[in-house]
Design a protein around this ligand. Structure first.
Ligand SMILES: *[C@@H]1O[C@H](CO)[C@@H](O)[C@H](O)[C@H]1NC(C)=O
Ligand SMILES: *[C@@H]1O[C@H](CO)[C@@H](O)[C@H](O)[C@H]1NC(C)=O
Length: 257
């Protein structure tokens, strides 16, 4: 019952301020470093362990890296449009608040030093998208329009992330990793709760029925909202990894012993 057609998500820029561009060291919360001499498998296990320790700290924001606080992450504007102009769905959050990223845990981390690619899965135990929404178009074939407070909460949102990290010369003349190609998709969720207030110009009966319908059909609905939500998670991952790679030379990431 899902709609065909392109899905497009637009996230306003996330970076709050420019980081200091000085020859940066790997932040202490990403240490001790993993070894370049390890096999891909043991390096992957090491990176995963360190990333999982760092998540909770990074979520508080890091001014030096230009990474905003994620408790919650406030995105000035997030727009999701899907389908065609006549039967599509548009939902905009202005602003969007994303809660729960600080509790993310990575698993299945895989990497290859030779091909310079990595992938991992991440589970977010309770992912909430809230803020003032505005919707128009159709959802699961039913017309929907309204604007007001919102809460979309996904339990155990699981996302797969793939990225390539070729080396390029940085402004400092040193080699840096460049996060070139990324791919992200939702691979699972245990439940989705949705509450859109003030639907249909505040018509309570219609609004309550629509929310009930959306909650009962969350498995179908997540196929429509999912790409937008996973893209938001992907932007955050990319921001962190890209900022780190920009500031810290490649040879600082791993130890040589
Ligand atoms: C969605 O928004 C776009 C751009 O604002 C607009 O052209 C389109 O008609 C809208 N579609 C629906 C179904 O509201
Ligand atoms: C969203 O709803 C969930 C589930 O009812 C609740 O636990 C959470 O506090 C709400 N979050 C926000 C930001 O409103």
């Amino acid at each position: 019952m899902t709609m065909s057609g392109p899905c497009r998500t637009v996230l306003a820029a996330l970076v709050v301020g420019l980081a200091l561009v000085e020859a940066a060291k790997l932040p202490t919360y990403f240490q001790p470093k993993c070894s370049r001499k390890q096999s891909d498998d043991s390096a992957a296990a090491c990176v995963q362990r360190i990333a999982n320790k760092a998540v909770g700290i990074l979520a508080n924001g890091d001014k030096k890296l230009g990474i905003p606080s994620m408790r919650p992450l406030v995105v000035p504007r997030m727009a999701l449009s899907q389908g065609t102009n006549t039967v599509g769905l548009n939902v905009t959050w202005e602003p969007a608040e994303i809660w729960g990223l600080g509790e993310s845990q990575l698993y299945n981390y895989k990497m290859s030093f030779d091909s310079q690619v990595s992938s991992f899965d991440v589970v977010i135990p309770s992912f909430t998208l809230s803020g003032t929404y505005k919707s128009s178009g159709r959802v699961l074939l039913l017309p929907i329009h309204g604007t007001g407070a919102s809460n979309v909460t996904v339990t155990n949102l699981r996302v797969h992330y793939y990225y390539e990290w070729p080396t390029v010369k940085g402004a400092d003349g040193k080699d840096h990793y460049l996060i070139s190609k990324t791919d992200i998709k939702i691979i699972g969720a245990d439940n989705m709760y949705i509450n859109l207030q003030n639907l249909f110009n505040g018509d309570k009966l219609l609004g309550d029925n629509m929310n009930l319908f959306l909650n009962e059909n969350w498995r179908e609905l997540i196929k429509e909202l999912g790409p937008g939500m996973s893209e938001a998670v992907g932007e955050v991952v990319k921001l962190v990894v890209a900022r780190l790679s920009e500031l810290v030379p490649a040879n600082e990431f791993y130890s040589n012993s």
